[in-house]
Design a protein around this ligand. Structure first.
Ligand SMILES: Cc1cc2nc3c(=O)[nH]c(=O)nc-3n(C[C@H](O)[C@H](O)[C@H](O)COP(=O)(O)O)c2cc1C
Length: 339
């Protein structure tokens, strides 16, 4: 396929690489979640939840863009379809120090369709290409697109190739392909993450046809082994729900995926470090529950996991709940030290 248009402006490369990333997940991958995941893996690329251009341009942008410096490498995911607005939001993101801008072309919710962005944009490749080009012209950061393999009746391989070719020509730095189509009518967003079958073969075909475009696979990857397997054919693996429900699957990522030979952290070390962070956030007025809800899966599969979850669920939402809830929950879980 055609080579990407050469851009005269010097481009920053992503600090780190995309071999492993955690998917953008609305209500889940907020800054507290990302801080927690970063304590488990130092190299995995993290994504924000989708933030719409409307929210950034007209809302509390300081709050929406806030993150902790420890979260790098960190990509901001935008939802929108107006090239000028996206360029403006990309500038804000660059000013805040984000490492990558990603455009959401995969979300099928009604709200998103009404705003004419998300997965419905797969039917408008020229517009998506214009958005990518506008963001690239605005900032020296990598600009990537996360999309599906098709929507509704637009699900032929030829249409997918035409879509990706336009992205590549517009200078898109990488694509992240959720390897299932989306039905915009008839399926809920949740069903659209489970019911349309996974088609990794189509993503492999894209790599064959676009060898120079970095391609990341997303959808149904449950383990690091699965991620490593996809890395034999593609440039990156993105894990979503599995990493949220069982974050410890990331613990070996730095060694196994990024070749970092630092010793693995223990759950206790991660928890201690997170508690220090949570203390600071509590002082700043963040309720404990807004942070502790992301920790429920920390002891997944370990003895005491249920007691850990129960303690947090019962106590963290109470007014004035403090860090001692996590300490008691840890003690109640009675897990083995250093696992
Ligand atoms: C709770 C939740 C929220 C999500 N929010 C977003 C989002 O904001 N942007 C996006 O591109 N995808 C979103 N997704 C989709 C995921 O990024 C990912 O594509 C999907 O879950 C498939 O990957 P997985 O099978 O590894 O979970 C969301 C998924 C979940 C479960």
């Amino acid at each position: 396929m055609s080579n990407a248009t050469q851009d005269p402006a010097p481009r920053l490369t992503l600090s780190g690489n995309r071999r492993l990333s955690i998917a953008p997940m609305l209500d889940w991958t907020d800054r507290h979640c990302r801080y927690f995941l970063r304590l488990i893996s130092r190299h995995t690329l993290l994504y924000t939840e989708m933030i719409t251009t409307g929210a950034l341009l007209h809302g509390d942008r300081e709050r929406l863009l806030r993150y902790d410096a420890a979260e790098h490498p960190l990509a901001l995911q935008l939802g929108g379809s107006d090239p000028a607005e996206l360029a403006e939001c990309a500038r804000m993101a660059a000013a805040c120090g984000y490492d990558e801008i990603n455009l959401n072309v995969g979300c099928p919710s009604d709200r998103v369709q009404n705003g004419r962005f998300g997965a419905c944009l797969m039917a408008e490749p020229a517009l998506v290409a214009e958005c990518v080009a506008a963001m690239r012209a605005a900032v020296p950061l990598p600009v990537t697109v996360k999309h599906r393999i098709g929507i509704d009746a637009h699900d032929s391989y030829a249409e997918l190739v035409a879509f990706v070719a336009q992205l590549e020509a517009a200078g898109c730095d990488a694509i992240i392909v959720h390897a299932r189509k989306a039905w915009l009518q008839g399926l809920s967003p949740k069903e659209n993450r489970d019911i349309p079958p996974l088609r990794y073969d189509i993503v492999f075909d894209l790599k064959r046809d676009f060898p120079n475009l970095p391609i990341v696979l997303n959808g149904g990857l449950l383990t690091l082994d699965a991620a490593l397997e996809s890395l034999t054919r593609l440039d990156g693996a993105m894990i979503g729900r599995a990493a949220y429900h069982n974050p410890w699957i990331l613990a070996a990522a730095d060694q196994r995926i990024f070749g970092d030979d630092q010793p693995l952290p223990t759950r206790q070390q991660v928890l201690e470090a997170f508690m220090q962070y949570a203390e600071r956030q509590l002082t700043a007025g963040v309720p404990l529950n807004a942070m502790s809800r992301h920790l429920l899966g920390l002891f997944q599969g370990q003895p005491g996991a249920r007691a850990w979850r129960r303690r947090i669920s019962e106590q963290a939402h109470r007014a004035g709940a403090g860090i001692d809830v996590l300490r008691f929950a840890e003690a109640a879980s009675n897990h083995q030290p250093n696992v």
